[in-house]
Design a protein around this ligand. Structure first.
Ligand SMILES: *Cc1c(COP(=O)(O)O)cnc(C)c1O
Length: 426
């Protein structure tokens, strides 16, 4: 009997008979092989998400730089490198990772407010495409480092356009009170300064207004403000080769309805065309929207624990694996891998074993489960494994990449020995 039903909003996750599958691979079989907690990613979801951007950019001069902090596992980076993507990095560690995954250095751009001289040297030596500089002080340091090496560092200045992305305060980055970027009012002066430094080559302008953005209007507002600046900066004699609009497009976690990437870019190009910038080279830095719904995390129910006010469903994944609920009160859908039609549902807080009350994965979820059952925490492709920690000396989970009927272990489960290797007891 084949009773197949796709999970709403998750085109590559479906119930086949009694078990959940990612593409053509059954989750219960993966768990028998690799244990739990286990991250499972759909390669096709990533490629489909990328294709939506590529459709939006058809016929344009554009480079999609995957913001790898969303998920920096080598196996995931390789998918995007093979698809011809560039990468947005935020540390020397990410530079090393992305080069190990086979990225072309010229397609790498380097963001972040606190680049060290060492990181700048590494990135210059690698020949990256652009430094997205976030302050006037950083411009001066980068200039010095480049002159030491007899190089010119390609730079964009990240502008803080002061628009409200209407998202969680911890993931809004383009407001005046945020630490990111250079204030819009200062931009022209900063560009004049950058153009005067012999170790720098001004190549573009950059902004990134936040994350999990589910409306087009903040992008359109930011675009207008950036284009006003491009006009002013070029009128002052500093040509800008590219415009980088950052990332931030949201995904559907809980019925969220962000614009599709191709629809968003149709709107943005209408505005660019109308203002005479349709031929300009465009860079973008999407992270979450390229991987977020590609992944889920399978976890085993360890105990169910009835309480006076709340019932707890204690699972073997925790805030160290899935930090978003603890960090941002974020919502992840949680569904059983195998449904139990005969068991009545109970309302649970789904929590992990970590010794923190903040260690919860979902609150007030109606689930028909018993100890030993498997749950899938959905929308776990972005900002989960890349934020995972060893808190409570918990080993980080294993990761599997699925493509069609094939599954590949792209990260083995960490061991305690892996964790102890860097330490010494005197
Ligand atoms: C995090 C980040 C991104 C990616 O954001 P998403 O919301 O994952 O698309 C892009 N650019 C910069 C500078 C970032 O810090």
């Amino acid at each position: 009997m084949s009773d197949t039903s796709m999970l709403p909003g998750h085109p590559h996750i479906a119930r086949h008979g009694t078990t959940l599958q990612v593409e053509g691979v059954a989750l219960d079989a993966l768990v028998r092989e690799h244990g739990t907690p286990l991250f499972v990613y759909s390669k096709q979801w990533m490629l489909d998400a990328l294709a939506a951007y590529q459709r939006g950019f058809a016929g344009r001069d554009a480079l999609i730089c995957y913001a790898m902090k969303a998920n920096s596992s080598l196996g995931v980076l390789r998918v995007f490198a093979e698809a011809g993507c560039g990468f947005d990095i935020v540390s020397g560690g990410e530079l090393a990772r992305v080069l190990a995954a086979g990225a072309e250095p010229a397609k790498v751009i380097f963001s972040g407010v606190g680049k060290t001289r060492t990181e700048m040297r590494q990135a210059l030596a690698a020949g990256i495409g652009c430094f997205n500089v976030e302050s006037e002080a950083e411009l001066d340091v980068l200039n010095e480092v480049a002159l030491e090496q007899n190089r010119r560092a390609p730079v964009s200045v990240r502008i803080n356009p002061n628009v409200d992305p209407k998202t969680h305060p911890y993931i809004s980055t383009g407001l005046k009170g945020n630490k990111f970027g250079v204030a819009h009012d200062r931009a022209l002066a900063v560009y004049r300064h950058a153009a005067s430094l012999a170790g720098l080559q001004v190549v573009g302008i950059d902004c990134h207004i936040g994350s999990q953005i589910t409306e087009s209007s903040p992008y359109l507002d930011a675009l207008d403000r950036i284009l006003d600046l491009v006009q002013a900066i070029e009128a002052a004699g500093v040509p800008l080769h590219h415009i980088d609009f950052g990332g931030g497009l949201g995904i559907d976690y809980d019925g969220d309805t962000p614009p599709a990437a191709d629809a968003l870019w149709k709107q943005l190009f209408e505005r660019l065309d109308a203002r005479g910038f349709g031929d300009r080279r465009i860079l973008i830095e999407p992270g979450r929207s390229l991987v977020g719904n590609a992944g889920l995390c399978v976890t085993e129910v360890l105990y169910t624990k009835p309480g006076e006010e709340k019932n707890f469903c204690i699972v073997d994944a925790a805030m160290n694996d899935l930090p978003r609920p603890a960090m941002y009160q974020a919502f992840h859908r949680i569904v059983p891998v195998a449904e139990r039609p005969s068991l009545p549902a109970t309302r649970y807080d789904v929590v992990g074993p970590v010794c923190e009350s903040g260690d919860w994965l979902g609150r007030d979820r109606d689930l028909a489960v018993e100890a030993g059952d498997l749950l899938a925490v959905l929308s776990a492709g972005a900002y989960c494994m890349s934020m995972a920690s060893n808190y409570n000396t918990r080993a980080r989970a294993a990761e599997v990449l699925v493509s069609g009927a094939t599954s590949t272990l792209i990260r083995r489960r960490e061991t305690v020995d892996d964790q102890l290797r860097t330490e010494q007891a005197l």
